[in-house]
Design a binder for this molecule. Structure first.
Ligand code: PMP
Ligand code: GLN
Length: 378
């Protein structure tokens, strides 16, 4: 069979979760919480289902949820999107990213991505008939803006950014967004900004959304995910915001991609979002988990990278093993009983930095169990 995606197999997240299940390992691989969402959110969804919200939602999403998203962005980032024409609700961020790329990128275009890169970006670009131009981050997982600037060519259509960054936990600072702004203005580029971890940011740092920078907001589509923010990754509900002209193109593809997103979750989420505390308290909630996990890891031979945001922690294992990242992750899962994700999964070339990613979106008892097992490596 001639494949549209000849280099793609099953995603590493699925592979490692299956291995973790088979091995009864603590699964710190695929990024998802192992705790339940707030029961008030479940009640809100139940109430929506019981009160007749069981047919198709409007094409752009349930009005109350679009309004809640627009209001949140206005308060937090100072940009007012029109809930009718500039906000859409999607079936999660993965669909939003794919739809954005298919809507905005033409065959033969180039799209700049920063490597390590989230696994869905390059396949989305390739399905659009375009080419991904990979710009490596520095060894400390910062963006090398000079390399980004020199990767721009006359064919460049867009740049995809992700802050807080999966897998590195890096966050973009204001000065970096100013550089991004100058690059995209100079070359008339679009920005696809993946901000699914916008509410998981630590040590008092603010999230710098692309939407907070007027010149960037004018040419950007910003993606977020309720799954991350409200501990419901299985619900697959996300949002996008963009200026009207960009959104009109997004909308055309979305309607044939999923048509509309499931109505009940949207109604429930819109009621739940009325209380802003529910997402504004997330940094403290996840910072406690980060600190607890890091303190435990500090007693093992792993070397820790900084973690400024997301629910991921990178560690270097070169004091423990010379195995490749994938082999080490498999060994750690089957022999030590803790699953992780190899960093090589976020690279196209066979890069080996002896670095793996743990997810700490877990109950304290789960993290304790994992740390007890990892302590045996000392
Ligand atoms: N982008 C990034 C950087 C992610 O980490 C994820 C999921 N972990 C997604 C997009 C996809 O989010 P969703 O589950 O809402 O499709
Ligand atoms: N984005 C999640 C992660 O990075 C997993 C989502 C998925 O399995 N596609 O672990």
């Amino acid at each position: 069979m001639r494949s549209r995606l000849p280099n793609v197999g099953t995603t590493i997240f699925t592979v490692m979760s299956a291995l973790a299940n088979r091995s009864s390992a603590v699964n710190l691989g695929q990024g998802f919480p192992d705790f339940e969402p707030d029961s008030e959110l479940l009640d809100a969804v139940n109430a929506a289902m019981r009160s007749g919200h069981n047919q198709y939602a409007p094409l752009n999403g349930v009005a109350a949820l679009r309004e809640a998203v627009a209001e949140k962005i206005s308060v937090l980032y100072g940009h007012r999107y029109d809930p009718e024409t500039e906000v859409m609700i999607t079936a999660g961020a993965t669909q939003a990213l794919m739809t954005a790329v298919l809507a905005l990128v033409h065959p033969g275009d180039e799209v700049i991505v920063l490597e390590p890169v989230y696994d869905s970006y390059i396949p989305s670009i390739e399905l659009a008939g375009a080419q991904a131009i990979r710009v490596p981050m520095t060894s400390a997982y910062r963006v090398d803006w000079d390399r980004v600037a020199s990767a721009v060519s006359p064919k460049t259509r867009a740049i995809m950014v992700n802050s807080p960054h999966n897998p590195s936990g890096m966050i973009l600072r204001e000065a970096e967004l100013r550089i991004l702004e100058s690059i995209v203005l100079r070359h008339n580029l679009l920005v696809i900004s993946d901000e699914v971890y916008e509410h998981m940011i630590f040590d008092g740092e603010p999230h710098r959304s692309v939407s907070a920078f007027p010149a960037l907001a004018e040419r950007a589509i910003v993606v977020s995910s309720f799954g991350k923010t409200f501990h419901v990754t299985g619900w697959k509900v996300g949002s996008v915001v963009a200026p009207r002209e960009i959104m009109a193109e997004f909308r055309k593809v979305h309607q044939f991609n999923v048509f509309v997103t499931n109505s009940v979750m949207q109604v429930g989420l819109s009621a739940y979002m009325q209380n802003a505390e529910r997402y504004l308290t997330l940094p403290q909630f996840y910072q406690r988990k980060r600190d607890f996990f890091r303190q435990g890891l500090a007693k093992t031979p792993f070397r820790l990278y900084p973690c400024e945001g997301t629910f991921f922690q990178l560690v270097d294992y070169s004091a423990i093993s010379t195995q490749s990242e994938l082999d080490f992750c498999k060994w750690l899962t089957t022999e030590v009983g803790v699953a992780a994700i190899p960093m090589s999964a976020f690279h196209q070339d066979p890069v080996e930095n002896k670095t793996i990613r743990f997810c700490f979106a877990k109950k304290e008892e789960t993290l304790t169990r994992a740390l007890e097992r990892l302590a045996t490596l000392a």
